[in-house]
Write a protein of this length. Structure first.
Ligand code: S3P
Length: 757
């Protein structure tokens, strides 16, 4: 049995398949022939074409080794391991099958490339009475509007998908052979039931072709539009490119996949009708709704085709930082918008009545995941463009059921806060996330929601996915939080918007209060009394303007950078210094950092300042436990500062750090040890022996550290390089884009030496 091409351990000298017979030497068949030849994937390619001229051309172009006009001439030569690929228009497949009936030697595999699989199965049944075990129906999702043998290319299938639709009669060995053949030319092979294939292709390929042919034909026939092609610009060209495709092939496809295509056309026609009505009646909301949703879908189109609500482009990339030693940081910097406030601006803006304008929105993947979730629930959201977002609020009861699970990537804040407000909806939802988020605890929100009467299911051990049943009436509770968590507090308060009565939360220590402040900004009364916050369900939010200040968590990397690198002097502009977030300033100052707050002001209910930080020698401290929740996201960077301080720094009471995007105590201790720092993790903190001493020289050695896909770990080690003696290579840094997409750019602009690979 011949296995798949890549990773099969096959010797280059031993071809994957014996002979390849291409029936129909056009773009599709010819490209397979060229690709397999380039990969030394078969012994010989024999072409079969109706016209002698095509045969001669194919041989002359080197697409095939020899060619015949009648398959009968060569079928007798074939033997075990050979493959016949039928690449003729869909409706001609049956006649080729008839010519092969009773003549194909045993062990030869038959496959095809037709775009409709139901008709190929029907053709096989007409000819053989059933699908023969040697037939592997397939469809390469590749092509071009060019056709014919002259268009054939050896790279046509690289990184393209091939869908196989094997029948229950199809032999496994034959399927594997065809899979190996396609993988050898660089394609990715999937398998799918026939009916599903035909429906998916009707919607994603056949319908666009009908529309493109129809549009060009309409315009070409319209006398008043005779100049249309002369003035047509990029839009027309892009949209109608596929109307140059082979008419015979596409006529066949339309006839062969009739029912599925009709269904798609009907759906599209009714959508077009509503657009027509919206244009006729000047319904700008409807137009914006369709256009903004379609734009977002187009931006994520691969995943929309898979009928998912939203998926990540984010896990796809592998990013390594190489942070080179030395340097200092200088200049005026504005780090991106606050992540917590950006999430909340989308959530509350969506649930408000009226249009909310947001400035300074963080265009990082976490906040964008929240934004996309609300689009998936029918909210019209314009932007973000340069941090500006316009949200057309639908009111507390205006969300619609999303088309599939809401995928929130790496974002714990999205999942936990959304859980609260989804518990109050009339529809069911499923919240999913990436690998890191799928390991994080969700019972901390599921439990109080259940107390309120919500029906919430988690995955194993209280991990995601979260399945939230709609249609339950929620009752108000008084919830004493078992841990200091703003996400849990916010989740309960957001569910409280939908609960009957007054919901309250009491926290064991102050945590960020952006939810409470922003709810007030939207005109929703939140009573606050020390650790207690409460609100009554059933009110309404009124749209407002939100100016999101720069994120103090992102600013902290530069506060630490400037504090540890001699010669540094930075001004961090317009940073949010909410007293529930300023722990890093307090801790660094206690260590001796030179930090001054300039131009203090209040913007939209949040205190803001420009933060000036100059290099100063640091000393180790015992970090006061009351500062822990106020600096919860800043500890990875603070540990880097502690490593550069003189003496010991001890952190306690910070067990929450073990359940962040990574176990931040362990991840930092491991990395710091690799770089030569004495860092001992404890159950609820860490003990770091600072190496600052009286020298301004290197504190860290070089080495390779793993950020474990945790954005803050990655950025902290990049900062450490300012005081390193050699390169620090930091693995798995793609998630820096979740909170600080332009980190590398700002860091290098300020004087750090960071290479992104
Ligand atoms: C956040 C709360 C904190 C913080 C997270 C953002 C928020 O999490 O670590 O980055 O926006 O409410 P916990 O509530 O789990 O402490």
């Amino acid at each position: 049995m011949v296995q798949a091409g890549t990773g099969s351990g096959q010797e280059a000298s031993e071809p994957l398949i014996g002979r390849l017979v291409i029936v129909g030497i056009g773009l599709i068949g010819g490209s397979l022939a060229l690709g397999l030849k380039a990969a030394s994937g078969c012994r010989e390619v024999i072409g079969v074409a109706r016209r002698a001229q095509t045969c001669n051309q194919a041989v002359a172009l080197g697409v095939v080794d020899r060619a015949v006009t009648d398959i009968g001439e060569i079928v007798g030569e074939l033997e075990v391991g050979d493959v016949v690929f039928v690449a003729v228009p869909t409706l001609a497949v049956e006649s080729i099958f008839s010519q092969l009936k009773d003549r194909l030697p045993a062990g030869v595999t038959l496959t095809d490339g037709a775009s409709v699989k139901g008709s190929v199965i029907a053709a096989a049944r007409n000819v053989w009475g059933q699908v023969p075990e040697f037939l592997v129906p397939g469809h390469p999702i590749a092509g071009s509007e060019q056709s014919g043998v002259t268009a054939a290319r050896d790279d046509l299938y690289i990184a393209h998908r091939i869908i196989l639709t094997p029948d229950e009669n199809t032999g496994l060995a034959h399927t594997r052979r065809i899979q190996g053949m396609w993988e050898a030319v660089g394609a990715e092979v999937l398998s799918m039931p026939v009916a599903e294939h035909d429906e998916v292709l009707a919607a994603t390929s056949h319908l666009p072709h009908v529309i493109a042919y129809g549009l060009v034909d309409t315009l070409a026939h319209d006398a008043e539009n005779e100049n249309i092609f002369r003035y047509a610009a990029g839009g027309f060209r892009d949209f109608t490119r596929i109307a140059s495709s082979d008419p015979v092939m596409w006529r066949d496809i339309m006839l062969a996949n009739r029912d599925a295509i009709l269904k798609s056309i009907d759906l599209y026609t009714s959508n077009l009708d509503s657009l027509r009505n919206a244009i006729a009646s000047g319904d700008s909301e409807h137009l914006m709704g369709v256009f903004t949703r379609a734009k977002a879908a187009r931006d994520h189109f691969t995943t929309m085709l898979a009928k998912k609500a939203y998926t990540e482009t984010m896990q796809a990339k592998e990013v390594t930082f190489v942070a080179q030693p030395g340097g200092s940081v200088n200049g005026d910097l504005r780090v991106p918008g606050d992540k917590s406030m950006s999430h909340r601006s989308i959530m509350l803006g969506s649930l408000a009545e009226g249009v909310t304008e947001v400035e300074g929105f963080l265009e990082g993947e976490d906040a964008l995941a929240t934004l996309q979730s609300f689009r998936d629930m029918g909210v019209v959201i314009e932007g973000p463009v340069n941090g500006r977002v316009t949200i057309h609020g639908v009111g507390l009861h205006g969300l619609q059921a999303p088309p599939g699970p809401l995928y929130v990537g790496n974002s714990g804040t999205s999942m936990r806060l959304l859980a609260g407000l989804l518990a109050g909806q009339q529809f069911d939802t499923v919240l999913t996330g990436d690998e890191s988020l799928s390991k994080r605890p969700m019972n901390r929100v599921a439990n109080p929601l259940r107390e309120m009467g919500a029906v919430v299911e988690t995955g194993e051990e209280g991990r995601p996915p979260l399945k939230i049943k709609g249609g339950n009436s929620l009752k108000a509770i008084d919830y004493a939080l078992p841990m200091a968590s703003a996400q849990v507090k916010s989740c309960v308060l957001l569910a409280g918007l939908y609960a009957d009565g007054e919901t309250s939360t009491t926290e064991p220590a102050p945590t960020r209060d952006h939810t409470e402040r922003m709810l007030s900004g939207f005109g929703y009364e939140v009573l606050r009394d020390g650790p207690r916050a409460s609100l009554k369900g059933g009110g309404k939010l009124t749209a407002c303007q939100i100016d999101v200040p720069a994120d103090i968590s992102s600013a902290t990397f530069f506060m630490v950078a400037a504090s540890i690198a001699p010669g540094s002097d930075v001004l961090l502009q317009h940073v949010g210094i909410n007293p529930t977030r300023d722990g890093a300033i307090n801790i660094l100052r206690a260590m001796g950092a030179d930090i001054t707050l300039e131009n203090r002001r209040e913007v939209g209910g949040e205190p803001v300042a420009d933060i000036r930080v100059r290099y100063a020698p640091l000393k180790g401290i015992n970090i006061p436990e009351d500062q822990v929740p106020l600096a919860i996201d800043e500890f990875p960077a603070i540990f880097v500062a502690a490593s550069c301080a003189e003496g010991k720094t001890v952190l306690t009471g910070a067990e929450e750090l073990r359940v962040k995007e990574s176990d931040r105590i362990q991840a930092m201790a491991d990395g710091l040890q690799i770089l030569g720092v004495d860092a001992e993790p404890t159950a609820d903190g860490i003990v770091i022996q600072g190496k600052g001493g009286n020298s301004d020289g290197a504190v860290f050695g070089g080495g390779v550290v793993d950020s474990l896909g945790d954005h803050r770990i990655a950025m902290s080690f990049a900062v450490a390089a300012l005081r390193a003696s050699a390169d620090i290579q930091i693995l798995h840094c793609a998630n820096v884009a979740t909170s600080f997409p332009n980190f590398a750019e700002l860091a290098t602009g300020a004087g750090m030496k960071l290479v992104v690979r």
